[in-house]
Design a protein around this ligand. Structure first.
Ligand code: NAD
Length: 335
């Protein structure tokens, strides 16, 4: 059995990825290392508890001796790295945790992988030639777009928030380990995800929660900030594909060609809830409340995923119109 270290598997994307991956690959033994910060939730991994090829380890990716001991104990031969501080608003209020986990944590992981897999630059230990480190990043490293254009893999990095700067830092570390040591690495830069199990602080869960709680729905600025939305399972499938078939040293952008501004998202969620769970009086849009904009708020992100589509045959299966209904129904089911 090949042991794969997944970090941050109790978070939103990780807890969608781990059950999918563990069931698809019964020959992999999956070690899920997660610190269980406020963003991690083991309730979202209940379906994995009885799987014979899965184990959970509570711990910090920055902990040198813990990470080293996991590599040795499980003879880890692949890493899929999700763990991060991920909420932009939190990075504005407290950037230190972002630098620590996203930059130092990524460094600690990849350095331990290097020590376990390699004997010297460009020389793998015998039997470790196929060990790969997959790093999960974000489209936010590219900064902001105007009204037109798309981020491609060759777009220059221009991060604008402490979150995106820390992710950019981690991307560069991973890149350097490929160029300097010849490590087998891949990186994916994905657009905004949505779907079941997302933390309530993020945009779509906030809208749903506020609607169901009959509270004002906060919309930053004029609500015109545009994001490119991808259903979380489509992201998980892209990671699986890149981890197995991506070219070493390459970066792949992942996006759903689903650009929506925040106000469109709010209106869509409200409209669906008006049908599925009407208010006693009025419409959910009556709850919309514009609040002062986030400092440094990027106007628009949009991903060009052609490389992933062309080279690895990936395509987003879920359209926003269908994925958002699935997401809302998950919340309405009492989750
Ligand atoms: P999340 O905040 O929901 O989950 C992060 C997980 O990492 C949590 O379970 C948390 O407990 C864990 N964690 C945090 N610090 C840790 C540490 N020091 N050691 C061990 N575990 C730690 O995040 P998410 O939305 O699932 O995002 C996962 C990854 O995908 C991140 O790297 C993020 O940058 C990237 N990403 C997210 C999105 C998105 O829309 N959510 C889009 C593109 C990229």
């Amino acid at each position: 059995m090949k042991s794969i270290l997944v970090t941050g598997g109790a978070g939103f994307i990780g807890s969608n990825f781990v059950p999918y991956f563990a069931e698809k690959y019964p020959d992999y033994f999956i070690i899920n290392l997660d610190k269980l910060t406020y963003a991690g939730n083991l309730e979202n991994l209940k379906e994995c508890e009885s799987l014979p090829n899965y184990v959970f380890v509570k711990g910090d990716i920055c902990d040198e001796s813990l990470v080293k001991s996991l590599f040795v104990k499980h003879d880890i031969k692949g890493v899929i790295h999700f763990a991060a501080e991920s909420h932009v608003d939190n990075s504005i209020n407290g950037p230190k945790a972002f630098i620590k986990t996203n930059v130092m944590g990524t460094f600690n992981l990849i350095e331990n992988a290097r020590q376990h897999w390699m004997t010297a630059p460009h020389q793998f230990r015998k039997g470790y030639e196929l060990c790969r480190f997959h790093h999960i990043s974000t489209d936010e490293v590219y900064g902001t777009l105007g009204e037109t254009g798309l981020f491609s893999e060759t777009t220059a990095y221009a991060p604008n928030s402490p979150y995106s700067a820390s992710k950019a830092g981690s991307d560069f570390i991973v890149r350097a380990y490929h160029h300097t040591y010849g490590m087998d690495i891949t990186t994916s830069n994905c657009s905004n995800n949505y779907g079941p199990k997302q933390h309530s602080e993020k945009l779509i869960p906030t809208i749903i929660r506020k609607c169901l709680g009959e509270e004002p729905i906060p919309v930053y600025g004029n609500g015109k900030n545009v994001r490119d939305w991808l259903y979380v399972l489509d992201h998980c499938k892209a990671i699986d594909l890149i981890f197995h078939q991506g070219k070493s040293g390459e970066t792949y952008n992942v996006g759903g060609h689903n650009e929506r501004n925040n106000l469109q998202i709010v209106n869509t969620v409200c409209r669906i809830l008006d049908q599925k769970k009407p208010r006693k009086k009025g419409f959910y849009t009556d709850l919309i409340n514009f609040v002062p904009d986030r400092p440094g708020h990027d106007l628009r992100y949009a991903i060009d995923a052609k490389k992933l589509e062309r080279e690895l045959g990936w395509k987003a299966k879920e359209r926003f119109e269908t994925g958002i209904v699935k997401t809302i129904m998950w919340y309405l089911a009492g989750n």
